[in-house]
Design a protein around this ligand. Structure first.
Ligand SMILES: Cc1cc2nc3c(=O)[nH]c(=O)nc-3n(C[C@H](O)[C@H](O)[C@H](O)COP(=O)(O)O)c2cc1C
Length: 320
């Protein structure tokens, strides 16, 4: 008989979903297909809008509405040009949730709330948590620097940031960065979070449409295989160590300016995600890649996380 594990936090309750598991938006990668798979498996799927034109965002939203009746989110990085149009689209298409990132949550939250849309904001620091309080978002996603993709300049870790964020806000906190299994989920709950967001672990799922060579690179990666580029230019990204990241780091050490560095890295994520060029592309992934060794369906992944987390609870209790 299948064991049914259930869990309730403010995150599952406010969304009416089975598991407090968010799929992080990943530009060039997470379209409606993976987002629908996640929402159908009981989590919250997210469409990345970062590189899409307004009509493409409309198309993604209409597709996901055909594929799931469960809640889903659209990610809108505030700082990108085009965020205003993306917000208009989200309102016109009546999406249930918008996850805003990289920017001030005060800018769009009230407008989205007035349209009946729930707003979650991604924060890298306590200063941003305060702004989330002021903007009255519905939940804060705390992202530590173990994560893949764009990092906060201070590179605070999930371990230290989540409990401090929980102290600083009454809003539900979702932990992101370095989480991909039951142990990580349980640790996030222990730190006071009420949900988790995963990016890298989701790359290695059957339903993820990223190029197969990108998935293989996640499986192959070991503990020391990621690095951070962009520290000299203020645009920090955690990526796989490869020819491109080596070249960028050499340019940074040589004091090259942002324009020159951009000229070699531009289009890097597309090259990796769509063409599968894992040597000359920007293969963004987090440190948790060192622990990922199998491709699962999203449903299998979520069930495994739930089973392992509850087993771990009983294993830990013997220490007390
Ligand atoms: C390839 C890649 C692309 C990403 N793109 C975005 C994005 O467009 N918007 C965003 O808010 N976060 C983005 N992220 C961050 C993820 O949504 C998520 O928070 C992060 O991956 C969680 O950490 P993990 O990789 O350790 O699971 C990206 C991450 C990766 C790995």
């Amino acid at each position: 008989m299948e064991m049914v594990h259930t869990i309730q936090t403010r995150i599952t309750k406010c969304l009416g979903i089975r598991y407090p598991f968010f799929q992080g938006a990943m530009a060039w990668i997470t379209g409606w297909e993976i987002a629908a798979a996640v929402s159908n498996a009981g989590g919250l799927g997210t469409i990345a809008s970062a590189i899409l034109k307004p009509d493409e965002i409309v198309d993604e939203i209409r597709q996901i509405k055909q594929a799931t009746t469960n809640p889903f989110a659209v990610n809108i990085p505030i700082r990108l040009t085009g965020s205003k149009e993306a917000v208009e689209v989200a309102i016109a298409e009546k999406v249930p949730v918008v996850v805003t990132s990289t920017g001030d949550p005060a800018i769009y939250t009230e407008k989205l709330h007035n349209a009946g849309i729930m707003v979650f904001h991604v924060a890298f620091s306590l200063e941003m948590v305060s702004r989330c309080n002021d903007a009255k978002v519905d939940a804060v996603i705390i992202m530590g620097s173990e994560a893949g993709g764009n990092l906060g300049p201070e590179e605070l870790t999930t371990m230290v940031l989540v409990p401090q964020a929980v102290q600083k806000t009454r809003l539900p906190v979702v932990a992101a960065g370095g989480i991909g299994d039951g142990k990580g989920f349980l640790a996030a709950l222990a730190l006071g979070a009420e949900g988790i967001q995963m990016g890298t672990r989701i790359l290695a799922t059957r339903e993820c449409t990223v190029h197969a060579r990108y998935k293989e690179a996640v499986l192959r990666a070991r503990d020391t295989d990621t690095t951070v580029t962009g520290r000299s230019t203020g645009l920090e990204f955690r990526v796989l160590k490869n020819s491109l990241s080596q070249k960028v780091l050499e340019m940074e050490r040589a004091g090259k300016d942002r324009e020159e560095i951009d000229s070699v890295s531009i289009g890097g994520l597309r090259r990796a995600a769509e063409e599968g060029d894992v040597e000359n592309g920007s293969v963004m992934m987090g440190q948790i890649s060192g622990m990922i060794s199998d491709i699962l369906t999203v449903k299998e992944l979520f069930e495994k996380i739930m089973i392992n987390a509850s087993q771990r609870v009983s294993e830990i209790s013997r220490f007390f």
